[in-house]
Design a protein around this ligand. Structure first.
Ligand SMILES: [Zn+2]
Length: 301
């Protein structure tokens, strides 16, 4: 959506409220009390009433906007700016664009939207053939903490990166290449095997073929998937077997550094969620705003 289209379609708060009602109905209104999905809309009250138990659901209740006091149009504008470019936008810049008084409010608004993006991608597991590797992302640390050296450095956080990749062979030349589909990036709790096991079990389908290097912590991957193929880490493997995972890792690094410099460890997952959400929808960029609206409107109960 362009800025011009946005101002035509959503000129006022009431146009945004009417639209948000439609988005929520598209995603389905579920009664918190009896789980029924049949409701009447009470126009005067701006609430849905459950046909079976009469329980009422407010316009924002159960959605990502629940308990937010910001105008719905401010949420819409934030979603517009966040999906406007591939690069993304900092909270400081969004605050300036929205002419909002408080940085904190804009900052947490953006995190809620990232949360909706992450929830949406968490509905799906990756399958078929998946490249798996770990990336290390710089995080902010209090200056007085003495830093440990090496892999477990407190300055960096390890992240599991997974990419669905499908081998392709050019029938004319016989040359092999690979195309990529969906990506996931998950912050790991530790540098140990259990963290890897957990992330694999949670994010990959059982019938997956996983490709990785020969890290010791990857020993159990085959317990959770169909096949695990490990290769010694060399320049060659990086360029072929783990091609897409490495492209995604370096793009994410460039993207995060470009906007945020250093990230608090607590929020790293949310920034990665935004990066993957956009990356996974790169082929329908013009519909990104509409998709995101639905993700924000979805009931979490
Ligand atoms: Zn009910």
């Amino acid at each position: 959506m362009t800025i011009l289209e946005f101002t035509e379609q959503f000129p006022t708060e009431s146009s945004c409220r009417a639209d948000f009602k439609l988005q929520r109905e598209k995603e389905g209104i579920f009664c918190k009390k009896c789980k029924s999905s049949n409701h009447y809309w009470l126009k005067g009250k701006s609430q849905w009433e459950c046909k079976s138990c009469k329980f009422r659901t407010g316009l924002r209740s159960g959605s990502m906007m629940e308990s937010s006091n910001l105008p719905i149009r401010t949420w819409y504008l934030a979603m517009l700016f966040m999906t406007f470019t591939k690069k993304g936008i900092s909270a400081k810049e969004l605050q300036r664009q929205l002419k909002h008084k408080r940085y904190d409010t804009v900052w947490s608004l953006m995190h809620r939207i990232r949360n909706a993006m992450g929830n949406r991608d968490n509905l799906y597991q990756l399958g078929d053939m998946v490249e798996f590797d770990e990336a290390y992302y710089e995080i902010a640390t209090p200056e007085n903490i003495k830093l440990k050296r090496g892999k477990g450095s407190q300055k960096q956080k390890n992240v599991a990166v997974m990419a669905e990749s499908v081998p392709l062979e050019d029938l004319d030349t016989g040359k092999e290449s690979k195309s990529c589909r969906y990506f996931k990036m998950k912050v790991l709790d530790t540098h140990k095997t259990d963290s890897i096991d957990h992330v694999v079990a949670e994010n990959l389908k059982e019938n997956t073929v996983v490709f990785s290097d020969r890290a010791n912590t990857y020993l159990n991957i085959s317990d959770y998937v169909e096949t695990h193929v490990s290769e010694k880490s060399t320049k060659e493997t990086t360029a072929t077997t783990l091609k897409w995972v490495h492209i995604a890792i370096s793009n994410a690094k460039r993207n995060l550094l470009g906007i945020y410099h250093k990230i608090n460890q607590k929020y790293l997952q949310l920034y990665l969620d935004e990066f993957c959400y956009k990356l996974n929808r790169r082929y329908f960029w013009e519909r990104l705003f509409d998709r995101l609206l639905l993700a924000v409107a979805k009931s979490y109960w």
